[in-house]
Design a binder for this molecule. Sequence first.
Ligand code: GLA
Length: 373
Amino acid sequence: MASSAGRWWAPGRVNLIGEHTDYNDGFVLPLALPLGVTCTAAARPDGAVRVRSHQAPRDELAEIATTTAVLATGGWSELPAWTHYPLGVIREFERRGHEIPGVDLDLDATVPIGAGLSSSAALSCAVAIAVRDLFAPSVSDAEIIDIARTAENVYAGVPTGLLDQSAAMLCTAGHLLFLDTRTGRAEQIPFDLDAFGLSLLVLDTGSPHQLVDGAYADRRAECAAAAAPLGVPYLRDITLAAEADRLADPVLRRRARHVITENARVLRIAEQLRTGADPREIGPELTASHASLRDDFEVSAPPLDLAVTASLASGAHGARMTGGGFGGSIIALVDRDRTATVLRAVREAFAAKGFDAPRDFTVAPSAGAHRLD
Ligand code: GLA
């Protein structure tokens, strides 16, 4: 055993661009937030797993016994949904042959929950690196990504790709993570907005982002249904948007067009930023991504559209929803000295429609998951 107690951290993320491409074997370009989840963990010898969350103080889950016992007695579905992530991680370590003698997990989140900023991957990854350091030090980062994703897919029942867990584990301060989800090739691209007098504004619209209800799974199925008649294993294998026109079904045509054009946008932005372009130049690609998610992929929502429109009308260089959609957050690329103007415009637009004011923060690319002490 490497050590018996400590604190671990994993961040939430925003995806600059590359939305709904990960489960199509495509490209993503996230950055880690300075907001995330801290997991304070300590080994215990008695086989019990105790999880507590400061965000769910009434769920004081003492002495759950081992996760295996919980599953065997059918108690899993009766546990609060958030516990499926940490317990799923432990269960997955056990399934892969690692012995977990027992552990106390105390969780505290600064990343907003349900805002499309990957609070669940931050939770899973913080727990996974804690469990690794305490009980299974040979486990690689790639395997941690897989364990955290399995916790989400199998134990929490949300069929996500690996964008969020990869961002939590692989992002580094000051950089975007350019990830080819097919090959796993990761590249750190410098993203110094400050040097260009820019800010990346995140606006959490407060409209619930809920992936468990089936719409996300429907999109996955539609993408698979579009790839088959086009004769490719994944939509990633198509680079010409006109190819989508070969699909007879208009819905599948639109879904495919989004994925094909989105992958192309990621590649173009990665190339622009790699060669040191002024990030203002990527603004129109961000806005085009939003239109594609709204019109072709149909995963936006009125508050997201309104936040994007109001940001652009008040001077943002580009704006788009980020994450899975159906609610959640947008990002807007703005001149630093215009941030207050853009915020005021969005708040006014929200008030005029009777929406609650969005929560806002500006973010710089931050560090990935690591041990704190
Ligand atoms: C959610 C999922 C990710 C990804 C995004 C959309 O965040 O967890 O795997 O599919 O939606 O890009």
